[in-house]
Design a protein around this ligand. Sequence first.
Ligand SMILES: [Mn+2]
Length: 388
Amino acid sequence: MPDIAAVKAALAAQRIETPSWGYGNSGTRFKVFAQQGVPRDPYEKLDDAARVHAYTGVAPKVSLHIPWDRVDDYAALAAYAKERGVELGAINSNTFQDDAYRLGSVCHPDPAVRRRAVRHLLDCVDIMDATGSADLKLWFADGTNYPGQDDVTARQERLAESLAEVYARLGDDQRMLLEYKFFEPAFYTTDVPDWGTAYAHCLKLGPRARVVVDTGHHAPGTNVEFIVALLLREGRLGGFDFNSRFYADDDLMAGAADPFQLFRIMHEVVRNGGLAPAAGIAFMLDQCHNVEAKVPAVIRSVCNVQEATAKALLVDADALAAAQRDGDVLAAHAVLMDAYDTDVRPLLRALREERGLDPDPVAAYLRSGRQERIAAERAGGDQAGWGA
Ligand SMILES: [Mn+2]
């Protein structure tokens, strides 16, 4: 059986990165809903992220999105984060909100548009230099809507050239994380639609290019944990964008729609050594709160990832291996399900208390009165929001 002290140590060492855009206003393509107390600038987003870390103890990093988190002095922003007990994580690029990008960015048929997009990506690396961020996270909205609209192969060539230029600019301790998504906003072809395309580009680029698995970016029924196991085996999994979905890229709270899938993913992570810091896996959230309050929703997601990790750590690896070796299908499945069916909440409550944290981070945050305080303090000004 797994050693509980070792399970607790692994859980205490896990690092979950929260997204700056998870604290701002968001919505659907129909409407962005404003909430009281939402941050008005990147500094206030960091204040929120710091509270998530303070209550959970496992969320010390914050991903930024450029230009949504644009500031004059990125070193000052990094210093501000540090003062609050968090640090800046991945820099997410944005090549999908300019009019110039109607037909794509790094895959656009016009070299001038491609240059503009690459320039933005290079600017993001400059920001990484200033913030100390190690990861450049790339997702491209590039694709086509109609057969014949553009040359699919030429688009791949343009993508490869653009990525190579940015990769060459990275420092030795910086990585490129390439995210895929099977459709949307393009509906006929997408230029990085799946892990295989991302992996092929990463292989050509070099060892510091890795694939990001956003759990909401697959066709229904896709076996995401298989992709995770394969990329880990190849040393090319860079990290996760955790969120959950019922239909498409729903960006709901991680672990809300399918906690069993999150467990199966974390089982492959644990099985393949992905929790060890040396594996370099970034456990990031990418969610867009819409109808629920921001900070408690991020806390909830962090806790959900923690619960799935705890269950994965409780899998009796020896018993599982023995059952698999014996070809005992039912026994092997039962070993996995025993771990999944374990109520890990007492374990996590105990772990938090041992670390001087409240056993129930969401309740503790709500009890603190901070939500009401920021609603009053942050009245006026322009709230940060999706698309801004
Ligand atoms: Mn994502």
